[in-house]
Write a protein that binds this ligand. Structure first.
Ligand code: MGD
Ligand code: MGD
Ligand code: SF4
Ligand code: MO
Length: 722
């Protein structure tokens, strides 16, 4: 399977799925179309060291999948789909967009993008929405993923980059505190970067479930804190309380590099461990032990010991207080004097393949490329100049994802939607509302390579390329820019999204130019990002091709190292100061306010949703891989045996999980890994198994992140009839 030295057809590229962007080599094999069979192997790359997870290994199976879409499809009079040629499809699309715009205004046409799109596609989609459609209504699924962590990073540090240091910095860590992240299933090759901390007995996992990642803390490798879902903020306030009360903080760092200590001190004064224990269920002794251990390790790190890192995942972020909870985690890192030093730091683990780049280049409602603000006159002027338009022609900020999707087809909502790289029928909160909205639309267009549940609702489906058939760049969870390379010819009948956008822009007589060539778009993205927070202007396509390790910001002044393995750009942020004008980080006091989400009452259980190893997101891709579907064919309700007993539920029994928003039917899987007051459902499955029929669409007031991780449900045992 490994590439032989003489085989020039082997292409080094990266996995299509998550933000770890594991190195993959692809060999198209001997088939006639040079497409089949596809041989795929792990490639030695810094994030994965040659390893891949099950999803990555099997990603090649989808390239020639029999259900792959190979022609545009239009809704026929009988309600089914009929094939239609590309010219006609694009003519119809452009005509409908123009008509709806004329009749209802430009904001009646909306665009929904994704963190899986290459940098070039994300950039072009934002430009297309603003210039060709003239709409403010663009947002993307990263709102469901990274928005709270991004908001917290921005306000504390002045800049959001998931990991502000290379992942390999964890390799020497003596202690790692992981909050609400289950990398053992969501990024298995990540686990190698936890080994040193485990060997030091310093892996601390905070999760209401004893997840496979929490299991890594067993046998003296660290410890697991198991709070009630949604109470991490109180837990973190408790840790801050102990650090301050016992004088375990880095006074010099706080004085020299931060603002806001008095306010923070006052805000945590009332959160003594016994009070925190009452809310979170985490014993006071464990709270004290954790705070003291972190402080001891941080002190040792400053005199040459291994680093101390605090990392967050979706478990703490996908709540109505996700921004504040992430802020509270950052506060702990700042109290310990870690961010912007070589002794450790704070990071958040980005999810989607291009979840990092996807949040920088302008597909977010309030944003222009290079992390520029759509409301800032100087930012608008810079981007308008690159686009060759008057700044006045760029619309203002739009509305965030949940609002955009829930208002579709209403008086105030959009009447037409274009979807690129997301399956919101499954993945958005309170999903039955989204389905109703999609069905109210005048015109729904979905670009996908499979007929996802969302594509199945469309008036027009456009078949696009898969990862191995396109060129582009991706930015991984470290802020490192990578090349996605074309290894195979695309199947007849499919088209790239850059080409689609270029053809539509021409039909819509858009101002500005729209190239279908990824490299040309990248060159433009460099100019648009120049001088912005996420500056790519010094990133060179050929350097990336040669394997250069380049991290943004990388301005034209950054010398790019061409020595393999040597890093350039900005591998470590904040060493010389934070991105606020005074170079200081902000300690921001946060408070457990009234929950915007479900209130738990007697007889109800907390529903936590998340991921299984085998499936990716809404499952459009992985449910079509026989090996993965075989291993995890259907959803399952993880429930504690005692809770199951109290509800008369046996192992394997079908259970209706209900609340005021909907009902999911799942088989029970009894496990002591979940708390007595909590049940868990994955969100990878469709129809009656769609976990998002139950989730709450209340959002974080700062980031507009929905509360995917904490709904209130009741359980009803069912008989075994289907
Ligand atoms: N197999 C697989 N891997 C993936 C993906 C996938 O769909 N499948 N998706 C990718 C993407 S886009 C993302 S964003 C990442 C997500 O990666 P993770 O953040 O690791 O994934 P989740 O399963 O959503 O949530 C992580 C953990 O949070 C816990 N949790 C739930 N509620 C709470 C809470 O209130 N407090 C705390 N402390 N923990 C809580 C859950 O029990 C779960 O174990 O994974 C990426 N990798
Ligand atoms: N209950 C619950 N819901 C959640 C979460 C949770 O933890 N719990 N997590 C949330 C998170 S973190 C995320 S990131 C979202 C993800 O959920 P979605 O936004 O639905 O993401 P995917 O399932 O990856 O959908 C990608 C779709 O686009 C297609 N696709 C892949 N690549 C491309 C491309 O390059 N171009 C185009 N046009 N199509 C492409 C795939 O075939 C698939 O149909 O779900 C969110 N929803
Ligand atoms: S961990 Fe992520 S990037 Fe690596 S092989 Fe698995 S899905 Fe792909
Ligand atoms: Mo995500």
């Amino acid at each position: 399977m490994a590439a032989s030295a003489v085989d020039t057809r082997t292409t080094p590229t990266h996995c299509p799925y998550c933000a770890l962007q594991c190195g993959i080599s692809l060999d198209p094999g001997p088939g006639a179309e040079a497409r089949e069979p596809v041989l795929l192997a792990g490639r030695d790359f810094e994030t994965n060291g040659g390893a891949l997870c099950r999803k990555g290994y099997s990603a090649g199976n989808l390239l020639n999948h029999p259900e792959r879409l190979r022609t545009p499809l239009r809704r026929a009079a009988d309600g089914g789909f009929e094939p239609v040629g590309w010219d006609e499809a694009l003519d119809v699309l452009a005509q409908r967009a123009a008509d709806i715009r004329r009749e209802h205004g430009a904001d009646a046409v909306a665009v929904f993008g994704a963190g899986g799109l290459t940098n070039e596609k994300a950039y072009q989609l934002g430009k297309f929405a603003r210039l060709a459609l003239g709409t403010a209504r663009i947002d993307y699924n990263g709102r469901f993923c990274m928005s709270s962590a991004a908001a917290a990073g921005n306000r504390a540090f002045g800049l959001d980059r998931g990991l502000p240091f290379p992942l390999a910095d964890l390799d020497a860590a003596s202690m790692i505190l992981m909050l609400g992240s289950n990398v053992a299933e969501t990024m298995p090759p990540f686990v190698r970067h936890l080994e040193h901390a485990r060997a030091c007995g310093g892996l601390i996992v905070v999760d209401p479930r004893r997840s496979p990642t929490a299991e890594l803390c067993a046998d003296g490798s660290g410890w697991h804190l198991q709070p009630t879902p949604g109470t991490d903020l109180q837990l973190l306030l408790g840790l801050a309380h102990v650090l301050l009360a016992e004088n375990l903080v880095d006074d010099q760092y706080l004085a020299n590099r931060t603002n806001g200590l008095p306010g923070l001190r006052a805000s945590v004064a009332g959160w003594w461990p016994e009070r925190v224990a009452a809310t979170t269920g985490v014993p006071a002794t464990e709270i004290r032990r954790t705070a003291r251990a972190l402080a001891a390790a941080a002190a040792a790190a400053k005199t040459g010991g291994g680093g101390v890192f605090i990392l967050t995942g979706r478990g703490v972020e996908q709540h109505t207080n996700g921004t504040d909870t992430t802020t509270a985690a950052i506060n702990i890192a700042l109290l310990l004097g870690l961010p912007g030093t070589l002794g450790g730091g704070f990071g958040t683990i980005t999810g989607q393949g291009n979840g990092q780049g996807g949040r920088e280049h302008g597909q977010k409602a309030d944003q222009l490329p290079g992390y520029r603000k759509i409301t800032d006159p100087a930012d608008r002027a810079h981007v308008a100049k690159v686009w060759g338009v008057d700044p006045e022609t760029i619309p203002g900020p739009g509305i965030p994802a949940t609002e955009l999707l829930h208002t579709l087809g209403t008086e105030s909502g959009a009447r037409m939607l274009m979807v690129h790289g997301s399956n919101p029928v499954l993945s958005s909160p309170d999903a039955s509302k989204v389905l109703a909205g999609l069905r109210r639309l005048d015109f729904l267009v979905v670009c996908d390579f499979f007929l996802s549940e969302t594509a199945a609702e469309a008036d027009l489906v456009l078949p696009v390329l898969q990862w191995a058939e396109e060129e582009g760049t991706m930015t991984n969870l470290e802020g490192r820019v990578l090349r996605r390379r074309k290894a195979l010819e695309a199947p007849t009948g499919t088209r790239g999204e850059l080409w689609i956008l270029a053809e539509l822009a021409r039909r819509l007589e858009s101002p500005g130019t729209f190239s279908a060539d990824a490299r040309e778009v990248f060159e433009e993205l460099r100019l648009a990002s120049a001088g912005g927070l996420a500056d790519y202007s010094g990133v060179d396509w050929d350097d990336l091709d040669a394997g250069a390790a380049v991290y943004w910001p990388c301005s034209a002044e950054h010398a790019v190292s061409r020595v393999p393995g040597q890093r350039s750009g900005t591998p470590r942020l904040f060493l010389d100061g934070f991105a606020h004008p005074d170079a200081r980080a902000r300690l921001i006091a946060v408070f457990p306010g009234a929950s915007g989400g479900d209130l738990h009452s007697a007889g109800r259980l907390a529903l936590v949703t998340g991921r299984l190893l085998e499936h990716y997101q809404s499952g459009t891709q992985t449910r079509r891989v026989a090996e993965l579907a075989g291993a995890a064919p259907e959803t399952r309700l993880e429930i504690h045996p005692a809770t199951a007993l109290a509800h008369g539920i046996a192992e394997g029994q079908r259970v209706a999980v209900r609340n005021g928003r909907g009902e999911v039917v799942a088989r029970a899987r009894l496990t002591t890994a979940v708390r007595l007051d909590t049940v868990f459902l994955p969100f990878h499955f469709a129809g009656k198994q769609n976990a998002n029929l139950l989730t709450d669409s209340a959002v974080d007031p700062i980031s507009a992140m929905p509360a995917f991780k904490n709904a209130s449900v009741s359980l009803h045992a069912l008989g075994d009839e289907s």
